[in-house]
Design a protein around this ligand. Structure first.
Ligand code: 0RA
Length: 657
């Protein structure tokens, strides 16, 4: 991708004193990805976070408790808060109003807001001036000292000095911006992405009310689609939300809140009777999906404190008698925990810059969690016993699981290539080019095998429903034939051991793993089961963008030799109308595909497998906590419509186009 060309006309109506500034913002427009991560859907939504973060800062400083985000009809966004309002007085050194400096100087945002505890500031901490630079138009409004101030910008450049446009009793700041569609590939805002983010922010910053409104979607009374988020108990409420419908080991989450060496730390955790470890960590309201020192500190404290308590109370004797060694994993089976720290100068590392590097934080979290958890266990002996019992059970199960896995691996080692017998492999060994189709049913598998390009497309038929990993004990997972076939075909290992949780992605034999199921209820269920397995046991596969869902057509519309495939009702209606036009409607024939098996190999290839014509949906995780919850709900006892779920969680991506 070459540099984005920028020849947007800008009205030069403002003083020349800001040449310096313009250069700064031009840099943002030239290399937007350097400042906001990317210019795809993620970057587009990141702009909103960047603006909301300023309001959150104002709230954390104790001056604001209401933030309202509105998606306007034209996909511009407005963010309104009831804080003190960005100062509008003249900035002594800059000879411009403070508001203008905040809106046009890179990194100026928090600089002169010394009294507030500036900790957020977004993933890239670039501030609102970046949003301004990447917007065709931005309007800043300040309600302060009885006046309504305003300044507007085009591509980050002020169109006039700050002016007073009226009087007001309100206090606060409102920023309205329209992202530049010559920079962003995608300019349509996704209500759910913003809504989930605001929900997350409400849990992470208790007491603030966050509202989202979508003016594009009005109900019969003309009211916009909207949602209000507010949490009084913060992370405790978050845990309750994430674990809704799960059976808890303790009645209430364990809650730790405090500050050490100027670092606010907040932790909530609760055990449930599942086998999953769900820990989400945040630094300055940013989800650190790669973890880091805060997470390490938490894990260390958890293991050490629980182990000491269990040892002191002779609760591990049975394990040592059976020669079962307890591991860190056992202390986290069935845990749901949220860790949130606020760090003044965070150092972010890792592939996606979401891993906290500050070494001092691990000791701080470790100390605080250790101390408070010790007290909790002493004061709540019944909870303590229930938790340790669960840990002991986890250790026993893990021991059984390892035995099962060793059996499996020993068996596979003796069976020639080690690849599953049902796999029709491709001839190429270049993993980057290879694709594995996981196909529902032996018959569709056979068709796919005949239709494929055997050079780079491999087929693994799956018989019926694979094991529901959400409900199964871990050793059962390694015994399941279908699951064994999947991971041996992929060439990667899974495990319960600490270090093997990280997949050996370098061994992955296909860089595209494509789930191909019927377009019906059963097909959706099977796809959901496979996705759940990947999510729980091979999350990296999804995170690194290797998982896709194939989209077979729903209809074949035929008239003589003219044949067209339709993927939706609308398309079918359109084609029938178009093809009916030149003559007799009755001669148009519509065939409904209920399953992959109804297509012949040529049809399956040309509609669903051929990179030239197929549409693959890439599975992405927008919001880890939300995904965790969705998967437990989806595969738990209460089952929401799965088709809808998959639609919502598979990003439309015609990646081959
Ligand atoms: C600096 C000083 C003061 C307020 C703010 C910044 C402020 C910034 C933003 C950004 C979004 N909403 C905001 N609200 C306030 C106030 C200084 C004072 O009034 O004494």
């Amino acid at each position: 991708m070459s540099e984005i060309e920028n020849n947007n006309p800008v009205e030069e109506t403002y003083s020349a004193s800001n040449i310096q500034v313009l250069e700064g913002l031009e840099a943002v427009r030239k290399r937007p990805a350097m400042y906001i991560g990317d210019v795809s859907k993620r970057g587009l939504h990141h702009l909103v976070s960047e603006v909301v973060d300023n309001s959150i800062d104002e709230a954390l400083a104790g001056h604001c408790n209401n933030i309202e985000v509105t998606i306007l009809e034209d996909n511009s966004i407005s963010v309104l808060d009831n804080g003190r309002g960005i100062p509008t007085d003249m900035h002594a050194k800059e000879h411009r109003s403070a508001l203008e400096v905040v809106m046009t100087v890179l990194h100026a945002g928090g600089k002169f807001n010394k009294d507030s505890y500036k900790v957020s500031g977004g993933l890239h901490g670039v501030g609102v001036s970046c949003v301004n630079a990447l917007s065709t138009h931005l309007k800043a409004e300040v309600f302060r000292e009885g006046k309504h101030f305003m300044q507007e910008y085009a591509y980050g450049k002020p169109l006039y000095p700050v002016k007073v446009v009226g009087e007001t009793d309100y206090r606060g700041t409102k920023v309205t911006f329209k992202p530049d569609d010559s920079i962003f590939y995608e300019t349509v805002y996704d209500y759910n992405v913003l809504s989930d983010r605001l929900k997350e922010l409400a849990y992470l910053n208790k007491g603030i009310t966050l509202t989202i409104k979508d003016m594009r979607v009005l109900d019969e009374n003309g009211q916009p689609l909207s949602q209000v988020y507010h949490s009084e108990n913060g992370l405790r409420d978050y845990i309750a939300y994430l674990d809704e419908g799960k059976t808890k080991i303790t009645s209430k989450p364990i809650y730790i809140e405090g500050e050490k060496q100027g670092v606010p730390v907040e932790v909530a955790m609760q055990y449930n009777n599942s086998f999953n470890e769900v820990i989400h960590s945040y630094v300055n309201n940013i989800n650190t999906i790669e973890g880091g020192t805060h997470l390490a500190g938490f894990r260390r404290a958890l293991t050490r404190t629980l182990k000491k308590y269990a040892d002191d109370n002779k609760m591990l004797d049975k394990l040592s008698k059976d020669k079962i060694e307890i591991s860190g994993d056992d202390f986290r089976e069935g845990i749901t925990a949220i860790i949130s720290v606020k760090v003044a100068e965070p150092q972010f590392e890792g592939q996606t810059k979401t891993k906290l590097g500050n070494s001092e934080i691990s000791g701080i979290v470790d100390h605080m969690v250790g101390e408070m958890l010790t007290n909790y266990l002493e004061e709540n002996p019944k909870d303590a016993k229930d938790i340790v019992d669960k840990v002991v059970l986890a250790a026993q199960a893990r021991h059984a699981a390892r035995k099962a896995r060793e059996m499996v691996q020993r068996k596979t080692a003796f069976s020639g290539s080690g690849l599953p017998g049902k796999l029709s492999d491709c001839s190429s060994k270049e993993a980057e080019k290879c694709e594995l189709f996981l196909v529902e049913g032996d018959s569709a598998g056979g068709t796919a095998k005949q239709g494929r390009d055997a050079h780079y497309q491999a087929i693994l038929p799956l018989r019926g429903k694979i094991l529901n990993v959400e409900k199964a004990m871990q050793h059962r997972i390694f015994e399941s034939e279908e699951i064994k076939n999947i991971y041996t075909a992929l060439g990667v290992t899974i495990g319960t051991e600490e270090d093997s949780k990280a997949l050996n992605i370098s061994k992955l034999r296909y860089h595209k793993v494509i789930i191909m199921t019927d377009a019906d209820v059963d097909g959706s269920h099977i796809a959901a089961l496979i996705l759940t397995f990947f999510f729980r046991y091979m999350r990296e596969l999804i995170e690194q963008g290797h998982v896709y869902i194939a989209t077979p057509p729903l209809y074949l519309v035929k008239k003589g030799k003219d044949q067209r495939y339709a993927w939706s009702e609308d398309q079918r209606v359109q084609y029938v109308a178009e093809m009916g036009k030149n003559g007799n409607e009755n001669s148009v024939h519509v065939q409904r595909y209920k399953g992959l098996g109804e297509m012949n190999e040529e049809q399956l290839w040309s509609t669903t497998m051929d990179p030239q014509y197929r549409t693959l949906r890439q599975v992405t995780i927008e919001n880890a906590a939300e995904a965790d919850r969705v998967f437990s709900m989806l595969m738990g006892d209460e089952v929401p419509p799965r088709r809808e779920f998959i639609e919502q969680n598979a990003t439309y991506a015609n990646i081959d186009a």
